[in-house]
Design a protein around this ligand. Structure first.
Ligand code: ADP
Length: 368
């Protein structure tokens, strides 16, 4: 078991690409930390530096009490699971899982015990004699996990382990990895570009963009309190709606005046927005915080906005509805499946103003 500490780490590749800038975060003992961000934001580079597969240009990485900057990967007591599984095709599942232990000269009985325990944990006990090509994608991924588990490392590093699986299997493996984390009771650092994986699996998320860490916190804290417009937009599906507008004063109350509509700001946002009176801001509201005024729990809310239904996506358990509000097209709302609006239908919607976010148009930082 171990804590991993990344302190002020930079990575500049030989071609002068600055892949990571001044990254600092801690994965505490037994914590499940997910590095998330769009492709090319420096997640894998960060993970590979922790693994020792990539040199650090500046800064320090600690595993447990030890600074590992100059420790070779095999001596870092970590195990890494990759996206492409990297199984040896000519070896059986058993041999694949046993390989690293054999290299390290473990006794035969110990190897056998560890391989069988890991196989039982992963539900692949029946497959030990098969070759990788005789396995499904999900089974291969389990073998790759098994190969890491048998090593009983201090820290597991996962690099997009589910991205080659189909959607259904991905959901299933997500749950299995969460369970596995509980059973193994160990530190996991996991890289993905998929915000759903980050939201559902992690104790802590590190959101990255352009090599720079944007925010570190638990998934729900980040979802509810994004530091900036990028983080607000990256987490959540469908994505948060963004409205350009400005703050105005009406009868001593602050309003957000958008394009062709205006809404009174919630009392809790008033203080922070005082200095933005008559200045532009971006307002963000998530699709689930927009309600069909007629049918939903916000029906008593006096502020109703006229909307025109443009597109509906009836998903069964919910309706995703794209509406035009004021002059703004394609505002996404997520309605309870009470009644499916018709295309071109006029309806009233209500914003849960207590759940809106405001951002500075210049810096894109949250106004709080
Ligand atoms: P992510 O994992 O978030 O997709 P990476 O860490 O792989 O991002 O890459 C971050 C940046 O570093 C990208 O601009 C990428 O092109 C660049 N990069 C990655 N690996 C190398 C390399 N070996 N040499 C040069 N540039 C690299």
């Amino acid at each position: 078991m171990a804590t991993v500490e990344v302190k002020n780490v930079d990575k500049v590749y030989d071609n002068k690409v600055k892949a990571v800038s001044n990254a600092s975060f801690v994965a505490k003992d037994k914590e499940f930390v997910i590095l998330v961000g769009p492709s090319g934001c420096g997640k894998s580079t960060t993970l590979r530096m922790i693994a020792g597969l990539e040199e650090i240009t500046k800064g320090e990485i600690k595993i447990g009490d030890k600074i590992v900057n100059n420790v070779s990967p095999k001596d870092r007591d970590i195990a890494m699971v990759f996206q492409n599984y990297a199984l040896y095709p000519h070896m059986s599942v058993y041999e694949n899982m046993a390989f690293a232990l054999k290299l390290r000269k473990y006794k035969k009985e110990e190897i056998d015990k560890r391989v069988k325990e890991a196989a039982a944990l992963l539900g692949i006990g029946e497959l030990l004699d098969r070759k990788p090509k005789q396995l499904s994608g999900g089974q291969r991924q389990r073998v790759a996990l098994g190969r890491a588990i048998v090593r009983q490392p201090k820290v597991f590093l996962f690099d997009e382990p589910l991205s080659n699986l189909d959607a259904k299997l991905r959901v299933q493996m997500r749950a299995e990895i969460i369970k596995l984390h509980k059973q193994l009771d160990t530190t996991i650092i996991y890289v993905t570009h998929d915000q759903t994986e980050a939201m559902t699996m992690a104790n802590k998320i590190v959101v990255m963009k352009d090599g720079i860490i944007q925010q570190i916190d638990s998934p729900l804290k980040i979802y509810d309190n994004p530091n900036n417009l990028f983080v607000a937009g990256f987490l959540g599906s469908p994505a948060i709606n963004q409205f350009q507008g400005k703050i105005i004063k009406k009868d001593d109350k602050l309003h957000f005046a958008g394009e062709g509509f205006d809404v009174a700001v919630a009392q809790k946002s008033e203080k922070a927005l005082q200095e933005y009176v008559d200045k532009p801001v971006i307002m963000g509201i998530r699709p689930e915080d927009i309600y069909d005024s007629q049918y939903d729990s916000m029906a008593s809310e006096p502020q109703k906005l006229h909307a025109i239904c443009e597109v509906v996506e009836p998903l069964g358990n919910e309706f995703i509805v794209f509406v035009k509000i004021g002059d703004v097209n394609s505002v996404t709302a997520r309605f309870d499946p009470k009644r499916l609006p018709q295309i071109d239908e006029k309806l009233d919607v209500t914003f849960d103003m207590s759940r809106t976010h405001y951002f500075d148009t210049e810096t894109e930082l949250a106004i709080r």
